[in-house]
Write a protein that binds this ligand. Structure first.
Ligand code: PEP
Ligand code: MG
Length: 902
């Protein structure tokens, strides 16, 4: 290698210089090619240009100093190793130029193959290939096509039209029927297309081809579809891509050559075995694009047993080395196997759990690592219902179960239509012959994806799995006609807007809407499936990993529930108490009338009557909940929303009164109600008379609730149960508010509990920013804090929680102001900082202060990790998210150096 300035940054790494842990620098593909090279596996020699070089290029708009010379030096060394020069007319070295970011972005960025071919070296390539002119000219036309499209933005259809034209003239549909002369003619046609669009001839200088291709890969980091994919997958925008320059090997040299992709286990179910697709006499891109139908990898055994056995040996070696499911791409050139890529493979949620369990059994990983390898989003996906199938539903087609789940919706045939209908609130199924990266928007908008071509490794399958979206691929009984907006299957014609259902586990396609049933994972959580006694590998693995998560976690997990039924279900799902029982739901239905009486009460007497009528009803509610949660803490929040929410809407009432007056009816009661509604009308009710403010303004309201809670607890204890009530005051912003409520509550509790042994804690929500910032004072009057992160986010950002998500969040997401709604995942920098301050200052003032969270974030995986890190005692979430929170709390508690399998 030529010497260069020793202090100059190193931008280029030979494959032998890297390893799998250098993904930040070399990208996933480069790091893993290096790893395989160092394992002694057959990798075509090459080098990797770092993500640092890409970042420097993207920032300044030009290649960093020293990069060109380093590429030159590595190229020379590669030429020496191969004994050929790039583009040499007699015996050319050809290279592929491939993108490779830290996180895999399937099909999002660019690749150029056959770099180094020109009008002269095409002859040398033919000689190298034993006089195979056809192959040489086919390779050359592929270069012009890929280079034109990728590097110079020549519209791809132009090349496709020219190819179709030649096939038509020849009277064939098959590329393989074109001979060397046809392809030579095609090269001429392609060159003209190139010149027409770029105003220059196709570059003949190999090094110029290489440099332009490298630059195009750098640029592709910021292609629109790549940006969209990153946003969807939450991949940071500033990582950049590496570029791999790899010696070309050819899978299209004849029937003893070919190319394929494989998984070391089934990425759909996790089952052990050999899964893959093979395509004889083809180049790599043909398989992933799903353009020609592949054969199962097992058939390679008949075609080329030596390569097949070698491949199986390598796959076993890779699994053992990476200790995980690997996916690979390989090429066989005239009976010689080459490894073009490996990585820890993407997998479905079910496969993630099953494989983690298997790897523990095989002694490759421990349970901590198994826990690290699954996540709450996957578990949530496994809790989705599945199709409930009986004899009424006969599938009309069967494709490949490419990404599991059950999805029904209206058929659409284009990405744009999918986006349009989804925006109108429709469920849609995107049906395509095969998808390509331009379909990404439609795939995001659709409930499911159905294709008529392509295997488990087609674009549709890979991307859908990554998104956790249901996908059936390769349903080849479907005749998809996109321009006519219909597909036919057997005797059926399905038009745009007709409903179909697809099962991403079995690959079956149904006409119409199929009803759904609960998943086996939910049946397990419900206690209906015994994990020790089932042959369901998924349930066994979920049970094992959940058990480990429970043992590992420090955070407790409670639930938000305000009925006995919800409390019971959450308890079966593993809830360790109630973190938020919202009492306002208990004032609805037929109790509305009592609340109206309370609000309209003209004097103390009437108000007390209304409260006395409500008291036994509330008490009965609490008794039911305390019984379901016997022995576990139950946080009951005093009434929070503005009272006018319990009254009829102003406009409707005004119209009713006007109409009744017109008819001369007696409307005295309605008029009083209307007057009350007018009196209580607020411009900003979320910032108005609600929460603790109600308790301070409406005499007796909180007192009634406190009494009902205390009496219910005493009743349960007298019956032999254990009630652990915690009374929570909402919307406190100043300690004085809490002190006032507390003084009255303590008096009532003392009077009610007497010597029953019931203990009642009194605490507050922290959901107003001022409360977070004065937490030290507030802690003096609170035995616990529960963070109401819904309101804290609303008031921290000044975002009306009922309006903004639909109104303008799309724009904020588009601009990257945040990557996910702060109502969904805690904004750690801002709202999270308020939580951290309050936790620290609260605990400083009152050591041992109990801290929890009961906003929606309590069940969000990323937020759970944050709450663990700030030292909360528990998170509380809706019953269905309890298992997710348990799992994530366990994951947050373990430290592992394991791989990031994104
Ligand atoms: C909160 O604000 O986070 C909370 C749990 O209360 P609510 O959603 O009822 O306002
Ligand atoms: Mg709130």
């Amino acid at each position: 290698m030529a010497a260069h300035d020793p202090v100059e940054q190193k931008y280029v790494y030979d494959f032998a210089e890297g390893n799998k842990d250098l993904k930040d620098l070399l990208g996933g593909k480069g790091a893993n090619l290096a790893e395989m090279t160092n394992l002694g596996l057959p990798v075509p020699p090459g080098f990797t240009i770092t993500t640092e070089a890409c970042k420097a290029y993207l920032t300044t708009g030009r290649e960093p100093d020293g990069l060109a010379a380093q590429i030159e030096a590595h190229l020379e060394s590669l030429e020496r190793e191969m004994g050929r020069r790039l583009g040499d007319p007699d015996d050319p070295l050809l290279v592929s130029v491939r993108s490779g970011a830290k996180f895999s972005m399937p099909g999002m960025m660019e690749t150029v193959l056959n770099v180094g071919l020109n009008d002269r070296s095409v002859v040398g390539l033919s000689n190298q290939a034993g006089g195979n002119d056809r192959f040489a000219w086919d390779s050359y036309r592929r270069l012009i096509q890929m280079f034109g499209k990728t590097v110079c933005e020549v519209p791809g259809e132009e090349f496709e039209h020219a190819l179709d034209e030649i096939k038509r003239a020849k009277g064939t549909h098959n590329d393989l029927d074109l001979d060397a002369d046809d392809l030579r003619g095609l090269v001429d046609a392609y060159k003209q297309i190139f010149a027409k669009h770029t105003g220059r001839e196709f570059p003949q200088e190999p090094r110029e081809q290489l440099d332009l291709a490298i630059r195009a890969v750098f640029d592709s980091w910021n292609a629109e579809r790549a940006i969209l994919y990153r946003r969807q997958e939450r991949i940071p925008a500033d990582l950049g891509t590496a570029v791999n320059v790899v010696t070309m090997v050819f899978g299209n040299l004849g029937p003893d050559s070919g190319t394929g992709v494989a998984f070391t286990r089934d990425p759909g179910s996790g089952a052990q075995g050999i899964y893959g697709d093979y395509l004889a006499n083809a180049q790599g891109e043909d398989v992933v694009a799903g353009i020609r139908n592949t054969v199962p990898l097992q058939e390679l055994e008949q075609l080329d047993k030596t390569s097949y056995d070698q491949l199986l040996g390598i796959m076993a070696r890779l699994e053992e080395h990476y200790k995980d499911l690997c996916d690979i791409e390989f090429t066989i050139e005239r009976g010689k196997l080459w490894m073009l890529q490996t990585r820890v493979g993407k997998r479905t949620a079910a496969a993630a759990f099953v494989i983690a369990g298997q790897l523990v059994d095989e002694g490759l990983i421990d349970l901590d690592e198994a826990l690290h390898r699954v996540n709450g989003a996957q578990l949530a996906q496994l809790m989705f219902p599945r199709f409930q199938l009986d004899h009424e539903f006969e599938p009309v087609a069967k494709g490949i179960g490419a990404s599991p789940g059950a999805a029904s919706g209206k058929v659409v045939f284009t990405s744009a239509r999918a986006v349009e209908l989804a925006a109108e609130g429709e469920s849609v199924i995107l049906v395509r012959r095969e998808t390509n990266p331009d379909d990404l928007n439609g795939m995001i908008a659709a409930k499911g994806i159905l294709t008529s071509r392509g295997g488990k490794t087609s674009h549709a399958a890979v991307v859908a799995r990554g998104m956790g979206k249901t996908c059936v691929s390769g349903a080849d009984e479907l005749e998809v006609n996109v321009p006519a907006k219909k597909f036919t299957v057997g005797d059926h014609v399905v038009n745009e807007g007709d409903v179909v259902s697809i099962d991403g586990t079995t690959g079956k396609v149904y006409l119409g809407e199929v009803p759904v049933m609960p998943s086996e994972v939910v049946q397990y959580f419900e206690g209906e499936l015994d994990p020790e006694n089932t042959d369901d590998a998924l349930v066994r693995s979920v049970h094992r990993i959940m058990t480990h998560a429970d043992a590992a976690r420090r955070l407790r997990v409670r639930t938000n529930a305000d009925t006995g039924a919800d409390a019971a279900r959450a308890r079966r799902f593993g809830a360790e108490g109630i973190g938020l029982c919202r009492t306002e739901h208990m004032f609805l239905g037929d109790r509305r009338e009592l609340v109206e009486r309370l609000i309209l009460a003209s004097g103390e007497r009437e108000r007390e009557d209304a409260l006395s009528a409500l008291l036994p009803l509330q008490r009965a509610d609490f008794i039911e909940i305390f019984r379901e949660m016997d022995g576990l803490p139950v946080t009951v929040r005093l009434i929070d929303p503005p009272l006018h929410e319990f009254l009829p809407p102003l406009e409707q009432l005004a119209v009713n009164v006007a109409v009744a007056q017109e008819r001369g009816e007696d409307v005295a009661k309605e008029e009083a109600l209307l007057a009350a509604v007018r009196r209580m009308h607020e411009e900003n009710p979320m910032l108005g008379l609600r929460g603790v403010r109600l308790g301070l303004v409406i005499p007796g309201l909180f007192a009634m609730q406190v009494r009902a809670i205390a009496e219910a607890a005493v009743a349960v204890v007298r019956d032999g149960g254990t009630a652990c009530p915690e009374i929570m005051v909402p919307l406190v912003g100043a300690v004085q508010e809490l002190e006032t409520v507390r003084a009255e509550a303590e008096r009532i509790i003392a009077e009610v509990v007497g010597d029953s042994g019931v203990e009642v804690l009194i605490g507050t929500m922290i959901e107003v920013p001022r409360a977070a910032l004065t937490a030290g004072q507030i802690a003096e009057a609170a035995e616990f804090f529960s963070f109401g992160t819904n309101d804290l986010t609303q008031m921290g950002w000044g975002f009306s929680r009922d309006d903004v998500e639909g109104a303008f969040f799309w724009r904020y997401l588009e601009l990257g102001i945040f990557g996910i709604s702060p109502f969904e995942s805690i904004d750690t920098d801002g709202v999270g900082r308020l939580v951290r301050i309050a936790a620290e200052e609260g605990r400083a003032a009152r050591p041992g202060l109990k801290l929890g969270v009961c906003g929606e974030h309590g069940g969000d995986p990323d937020s759970v990790h944050f709450f663990h890190s700030v030292g909360l005692d528990y998170v509380s979430c809706s019953p269905f998210r309890v298992p997710v929170a348990r799992l994530e709390a366990g994951r947050a508690a373990i430290t592992t150096t394991g791989s990031d399998s994104r």
